[in-house]
Design a protein around this ligand. Sequence first.
Ligand code: TXA
Ligand code: MG
Length: 322
Amino acid sequence: MMTDILPANDPAALDEAARVLARGGLVAVPTETVYGLAADATQGEAVARIYEAKSRPRFNPLIVHVDSLERAGRLIELSGTGQALARAFWPGPLTLVAPMRADAGIASLVTAGLDTLAVRWPDAPALTGLVSRLGRPLAAPSANLSGTVSPTEAAHVLESLGGRIELILDGGPCRIGVESTIICLESGAPALLRPGGIPREALEAICGPLATPAGDPGRPTAPGQLSSHYAPKAPVRLNAIRPRGSEGYLAFGKPPEGVGYDVINLSERSDLAEAASKLFAALRSLDSRCPAIAVAPIPDEGLGEAINDRLRRAAADRSTTR
Ligand code: TXA
Ligand code: MG
């Protein structure tokens, strides 16, 4: 299959992408977090093709994307807390997991058989434009092979999914660079299933303390949240004050003294938003040229929680998942 690349800000390209989606095809679309691999969430066969293209385990459910609060409300039952979070952060990098409505019309492969659904209204005109054109919600996981680093540029998508999907819409680098924060509203207090683009502190200002779902620390709680994920090929060593031997170094803030090592600085001014936006491209780049990667300590506050979550997964023991 030939993979076309078209500009994401061109209305004619969006019309073409909507036609591809309507006939059950796959389109990679830029969002403010990472590139998503979109399919019509109401067509079971189209959704099946997402799992196939990504080589994704069947049990991992997908996020459905909408273009309004109204369309979200037709898919899930949002509690008062859910409404408040949606009003505060949508459109934006927040995904809400809530009980799915009986008449939602979502293909069962999207939820992998769960009776809850993950919904997000992204701050991403290309993706919301496609939902509006199609008149249906779009299922979209990150547009990469399962278990690899998420794509934040069109070239990353082409590298891993070229020849497997019909079309890539190129919107340049993603503004935020880590995936959405996932909050589960299924029962009682809202729970943080995945740290992401909206920091915990901002969410807690709206909904009070977030519960951490029960389970082994570091073990998957959301279905399919494998602990080794976002994994480069090179081994990754965390909290490294300086690189050793032939390690490439992912720095944050002032890099350590010394020369002769390969370094990418996530943010010289120690800005966590800048670091998040560069994280995945930097991991890919070091992975392509270094036998091992050492990563500087990164503060665990604000967007640092999401960055450290992705880094721990990148560094996790892969023997259990590969
Ligand atoms: O920023 C993002 O969220 C990106 C862009 C494309 O929107 N999407 C993304 O999707 O990261 P994906 O498929 O890579 O991650 C979806 C996560 C998975 O960890 C999955 O287990 C969880 O959402 N999830 C989906 N439905 C769920 C549900 N009903 N209950 C619990 N977790 C769910
Ligand atoms: Mg992913």
